[in-house]
Design a protein. Sequence first.
Length: 517
Amino acid sequence: MAKLAVIDIGTNSIHMVLAEILPDASYKIIDRFKDMTRLGNGAFTAGRLSDESVGRGLGVLKTLVTLARNKGFERIVAIATSAVREAKNGGDFVDLVEEQTGIKIRIISGTEEARLIFLGVKHSMALSDGPALVVDVGGGSVELIVGNRDGLQQVKSLKLGAIRLSELYLKKTPPTASMVRNLEDCVTASLKPVFAGFKVNHFAAVVATSGMAGNLAEIIHLRRTGRPLPQLNLATMSLKDVRAIELELSRSSITDRLAIPGLDPKRVDTLLPAVVVLRCALKLSGVQEITLCDKAIREGIIYDYIDRHRDGLKAEQDIPDVRRSNVMGLVRRCRAPEGHSLHVANLALRLFDQTTRLHGLGDLERQWLEYAAVLHDIGYLINPRQHHKHTYYLIKYSDIGGLAAEEIDVVANVARYHRRALPATKHEGFGNLSPKLKRTVRVLAALLRVADALDRTHFSVVQAVKVQLKQALMISVTVNGDAEMELRAARQRADLLEQVFRRPVQFAEITQDAGKA
């Protein structure tokens, strides 16, 4: 099973989800982690992330990345939303995180954020044919999404996040009546034109996601029943209940709010503006209740990843070893001739195993040869002409998971020399290798050149090879058809093999029937 870690760097919290992707393209959550880092504190008034916020965020991310890797999650997808997106030093923060953790954060737009949220919702609850309104209230922005079971229809991202609104309008707690009025005026003025622009006469449902909505639902359920909310997903809140909590929050001090059963203490200053947004959106929608969904952007990222990497994930199911499966994933993405590639790899490994006494290489180098052989023709994706050079660059810059940079350099060079020019110090990729790795590349490339030649027609005519180590290197090939082209090509490409083993190379043909006799 493929392992994926998703890190969501929000304005209010940083979340990480560890998921295993199953063979049927579903997934299983292994663990969740959350830290209410408040990265966006002060960012919307100052226009930049504070040094304190950057320090907190970096510390949390270093911990999460280390945790993920210690649990075997090498594939990490990280996204950042409005706080990082809008801050003048957001790019600096991203660079700092990459420098200290090795992960590259993708800063996504509000529209992309909405798309991913809807993807999570759509796969987690049964939407009807009628349009549903999905409302996600974050710390920096609010995403309004219209869609149904068939897909996304319209999206709008607004700068109405709870931290932003709290900083701009609620300067004290409890707020004055004018502060609350100004907040509501701002929210209503922002929402009305959006609703007017939605091509919808009637919403079938209003769905709320995010921790803000979830905490509100917990408060309402506890107040209504005296018991904790047993399940967040598909819980409902009426407009009347939302309005009642809004009024209480607007009149309460910090101490009074902390005494409200179910209220998350870390949301004591941000829940009120979030509730105002939810209540106004619900009122404008014409629907009388909100349905909760406990899946949103993080789950959307997982589904998006599965959709974008189906070929590579299928390879991992077929081939459990992560290094080999990532290699096969690249072969399939590049639409290389898989049958030919695997046959060449098989021939190359047989040659390697039968010449160990001459080259003295081990299991690791054998793996490198296999990977190079499987990948040697991916350069055709770019152009058949000079495809060996295109292969080199595709391997070099494809970030094959599980292979160290030095290993990728060796594999890329071996594949690059499967035809045409021999390895030369003047070639930049080869010239930069250590003397030990240069010899390794020469040996492995020599074996690959012959193996590839022995499947010149791509018809797997050569079924087996047998090597005899004498004054000459005698390679007997067992064939099941006309192998004239294969043998001619092999003799032409044996030049490097003769150099590295310092003896002539000869070929003999054995037909399959004769071989059995």
